[in-house]
Write a protein that binds this ligand. Structure first.
Ligand SMILES: NC(=O)C1=CN([C@@H]2O[C@H](COP(=O)(O)OP(=O)(O)OC[C@H]3O[C@@H](n4cnc5c(N)ncnc54)[C@H](O)[C@@H]3O)[C@@H](O)[C@H]2O)C=CC1
Ligand SMILES: O=C([O-])CC(=O)C(=O)O
Length: 341
């Protein structure tokens, strides 16, 4: 639909949206056999907006694809071999590429401790995406997101195909968690909570803005703030060496992909917080920042300002900016020093 839809204009386009919005939405998962990749692929198979599901991993993608392909929804599922040509074929024509490839944390590690392993994995996958799917929306899940997103940007820039509107760090899990944790405190239905979370995706760079929710009294609730900022650690500890959040992350990744597909298919007003190339703090040398972003057929439609926040929340944003800047610079420096093949 991606390429075909771009060729349509005006009335023809709106007719196409209303007649059938379900043709040719290829979604590719890189790291599809992993803890996140498998349930994420399952959820994408259940999404009627996805017509072509391409699964790639360095192990077992054809097996995962064979399994998922028996599910009786319309989409076609293909698993690709771990070869350069398999990767290229998985990416070709993709509208969305989700990247959960890489290693997860063990207890005692920070997300930044994953950098040494995951930076080169993401760099190499980004190269393949820049070559075979330069127009796709790239959704980065692999940690540390604050650094892996800039890595993808640098690779795309190097190949001359960088489109800042189509690169997203997936921070949806922070929103999902914050909304759930608030509902536990307030005894509300979590589906009615929608907590805005800005900044980045690790520790103090995760900044929930309770003042903008229907529970402004939660600003200053140190326990809740800590739970939102370090929710990932809760899962890492509970899994006791066997990895980090996979199922809730799969849900969050599928939700973000669904939002992008809805927006691409003409729905207006689809807004999700996500980590993007953002003007909000560029004057402080911070090139990427998560805030509410309106999505559209071109990817990023509009980046929302942070809006009104309390003095206490401003302090959290200041702390976030300091860390985020370092994380982003680390990703940029990595590509400069390790351009790869
Ligand atoms: N953005 C977020 O909110 C979250 C991010 N994560 C991150 O997601 C990543 C994946 O986590 P899990 O799925 O639990 O790990 P996992 O180890 O279960 O799965 C990772 C998969 O990536 C594959 N892989 C490794 N190198 C690859 C390559 N070059 N090309 C293709 N596939 C490759 C592995 O074979 C494996 O199947 C981790 O970095 C983790 O920290 C996890 C939870 C939340
Ligand atoms: O905590 C981790 O390492 C995985 C992650 O990003 C999360 O669960 O938010």
């Amino acid at each position: 639909m991606f390429a075909a839809r771009r060729a349509l204009t005006g009335a023809a386009q709106s007719r196409a949206f209303s007649a059938s919005t379900r043709d040719l939405s290829k979604v590719t998962v890189l790291g599809a056999a992993g803890g996140i990749g498998q349930p994420l692929s399952l959820l994408l198979k259940l999404n009627p907006r996805v017509t072509d599901l391409a699964l790639y991993d360095i192990r077992m993608a054809p097996g995962v694809a064979a399994d998922i392909s028996h599910i009786n929804t319309k989409s076609k599922v293909t698993g690709y071999d771990p070869t350069p040509s398999g990767l290229a074929a998985a990416l070709k024509g993709a509208e969305i590429v989700l990247i959960p490839a890489g290693v997860p944390r063990k207890p005692g590690m920070t997300r930044d401790d994953l950098f040494n392993t995951n930076a080169s994995i993401v760099r190499d996958l980004a190269k393949a995406a820049a070559e075979s799917a330069p127009d796709a929306n790239i959704l980065v899940i692999s940690n540390p997101v604050n650094s892996t997103v800039p890595i993808v940007a640098e690779i795309f820039k190097g190949k001359g195909v960088y489109n800042p509107k189509r690169l997203f760090g997936v921070t949806t899990l922070d929103v999902v968690r914050a909304s759930r944790f608030v509902s536990e405190i307030k005894k509300t239905d979590p589906k009615d909570e929608n907590i805005t979370v800005v900044g980045g995706h690790s520790g103090v760079t995760i900044v929930p803005l309770f003042s903008q929710s229907s529970h402004p009294d939660l600003v200053g609730n140190a326990e809740l703030l800590n739970r939102v900022q370090f929710g990932g650690d809760e899962v890492v500890k509970a899994k006791d060496g066997a990895g980090s959040a996979t199922l809730s992350m799969a849900m969050a990744g599928a939700r973000f992909a669904e939002s992008l597909l809805r927006a691409a298919q003409g729905e207006k007003g689809v807004v999700e917080p996500t980590f993007v190339d953002s003007p909000l703090f560029k004057d402080q040398g911070v090139e990427f920042f998560a805030s509410k972003v309106e999505l559209g057929p071109s990817g990023v439609e509009k980046i929302h300002e942070i809006g009104k926040i309390t003095a206490e929340e401003q302090k959290l944003v200041d702390a976030c900016i300091a860390d985020l800047k370092k994380n982003i610079e680390k990703g940029v420096a990595f590509v400069a020093q390790n351009p790869g093949k």
